[in-house]
Design a protein around this ligand. Structure first.
Ligand code: GTB
Length: 216
């Protein structure tokens, strides 16, 4: 049975690979697992059929036989646990890689995500500039810590892992905002992730959806 994931029928990111199906596609490409994609509209996401898969009516979801999952982090973890290549075999190294997965989603992603939302939804508020400064201060705190820890290493803890995969997808949302660019080792880290063949295949697949939908 082929794995099926869901993704935006029309991603608001216009094919930049910023929606969270990208990390699931990338993980599946890294482990060489074929998958199908069911595209869903914003309307369909809130309808009963999709809500049985995702209680919050979002993408991505993951179905494999009688297993249905939501939450991109849980999906990537599931893929990483069942296939070689995304988590080290050594128990301590594996625990550290899992810690980096949580760090990406719990510690680094929130302020980056909030900032992007604020730039879309709160731009006209009188307190917008103040909020943006606050969010950017907290992003810089996280990027500073991450940059110091990464140093001149290629990946966060030894070989490339699911922790790096999630961290790179999270950091990509801070690109072009004058944030990531202040940390050359993090910018190079993201570029290393984006240069991986599995990343390129995943990116091309999600871009093809946008291109087909827009008739470009
Ligand atoms: N914690 C969940 C997970 O990690 O899976 C969050 C899932 C989530 O936020 N899904 C978003 C969604 O379905 C898409 S990824 N939103 C529709 C809704 O809530 O109704 C977030 C996202 C959306 C758009 C862009 N973009 O345009 O750049 C980037 C990321």
């Amino acid at each position: 049975m082929t794995i099926t994931i869901t993704a935006f029928e029309r991603s608001p990111d216009r094919g930049r690979g910023l929606a969270r199906d990208m990390r699931v596609r990338w993980a599946l490409e890294e482990v060489g697992e074929p998958y199908e994609v069911r595209l869903v509209s914003f309307k369909a996401m809130k309808e009963p059929a999709h809500l049985t898969l995702h209680p919050f009516g979002q993408i991505p979801t993951y179905e494999d036989g009688d297993l249905a999952l939501f939450e991109s982090g849980a999906i990537v973890f599931h893929i990483a646990e069942r296939h070689a290549g995304l988590l080290p075999a050594d128990a301590n190294a594996r625990a550290r890689a899992v810690a980096w997965m949580f760090a990406a989603l719990n510690t680094v992603e929130p302020s980056i995500f909030e900032r992007s939302l604020a730039t879309i939804l709160e731009r006209d508020e009188p307190w917008y500039e103040q909020r943006l400064r606050r969010l950017e201060d907290s992003i810089r705190k996280r990027l500073g810590g991450l940059s110091a820890r990464l140093g001149d290493a290629d990946w966060l803890d030894g070989a490339f892992s699911a922790g790096d995969l999630l961290m790179v997808t999270v950091l990509r949302r801070a690109q072009g905002a004058g944030l990531l660019e202040d940390y050359p080792n993090l910018a190079a880290y993201v570029a290393r992730g984006e240069a991986r063949p599995a990343y390129k295949r995943a990116f091309a697949a999600q871009l093809a959806v946008f291109t087909a939908a827009s008739g470009d």
